[in-house]
Ligand binder design. Structure first.
Ligand code: NAD
Length: 258
């Protein structure tokens, strides 16, 4: 197996894209630390990993808190093994025009999506550096490549992830550590589906959520269909294996960014 005996830590691993990436890395041979602010769902992912025959632990973390991240990395290494791969995937979204956006909303979203990625990357690199090996994958978005209305704060946080990953990649390039950003396009997780999702929020007059979901796929995606958590897992496995790919922001977006 490509990633046999390696340890991978994934934040926001309890559902959606994080779970898809955790399972893909496990299928490629890695042992998995599933971290999430919601421990119960992290445990569900962990059980799915164990069913694939890999070692796994579930850990509660709040990526906005440096001490919680420090504890997560220590616990990950003591329960599963020295960290080889880290996927900083935890993220949140909210939908609001810039005229309505306030500093509190801006700060709370940035705290998870941008500061969380910074703090996690820093703690992970601290343990990877002495061993001169590491693969850091920071989950950005198509919104880290193009702006979308009503998502200015979210886009700012995802552009930040791309810039941060690019800069850190240069800092650690000669230490055996790669740092890349993974940019999903449209994936039917809680971010798009359900009453808090974008498909619901962006319905036209009289349109059902299902029809809005179909319309957005047709409008935004040259390929016409949404991507899946498994698609993101495929790129994560590649980036975890690739020795000479670093500082990149790679989209898995069905052509959204073209
Ligand atoms: P999701 O809401 O299904 O999953 C997000 C996970 O992050 C949840 O398990 C949640 O509990 C966890 N989380 C939230 N705040 C946290 C915190 N403070 N500490 C630790 N964990 C926390 O969403 P998803 O669609 O799977 O999104 C995963 C990542 O992909 C996010 O960074 C998101 O911005 C990005 N993304 C998603 C899409 C999409 O279409 N779904 C597109 C582009 C980028």
């Amino acid at each position: 197996m490509q990633l046999d005996n390696q340890t991978a830590l994934i934040t926001g691993a309890g559902r959606g894209i994080g779970q898809g990436i955790a399972l893909a890395l496990a299928q490629a041979g890695a042992n998995i630390v599933a971290a999430d602010v919601d421990l119960a769902i992290a445990e569900e992912t962990s059980e799915k990993v164990k069913a694939l025959g890999r070692k796994s632990a579930a850990i509660e973390v709040d990526v906005t808190q440096a001490d919680s991240i420090e504890a997560m990395v220590n616990e990950a290494e003591s329960r599963v093994g020295p960290l080889d791969i880290a996927v900083n995937n935890a993220g949140v979204i909210s939908i609001m025009g810039v005229d309505k956006l306030d500093a509190e909303k801006w700060d709370s979203l940035m705290a998870v999506n941008a500061r969380g990625v910074f703090l996690c990357t820093q703690a992970e690199i601290n343990v990877m550096r002495p061993r001169r090996f590491g693969r850091v994958i920071n989950v950005s978005s198509i919104c880290g490549k193009v702006g979308l209305p009503d998502l200015s704060h979210y886009c700012a946080s995802k552009f930040a992830v791309v810039g941060f990953s690019n800069a850190v990649a240069k800092e650690v390039a000669d230490e055996g550590i790669t740092v890349n950003a993974l940019c999903p396009g449209i994936v039917g997780t809680g971010m798009w589906r359900g009453e808090h999702g974008l498909a619901h929020a962006w319905r036209e007059e009289g349109e059902s959520e299902e029809d809005s979901w179909a319309r957005h796929q047709a409008t935004f995606l040259p390929q016409g269909v949404a991507q899946t958590p498994e698609d993101m897992g495929g790129l994560a496995v590649y980036l975890a294996s690739a020795e000479h790919v670093t500082g990149q922001a790679i989209a898995v977006d069905g052509g959204f960014s073209l």
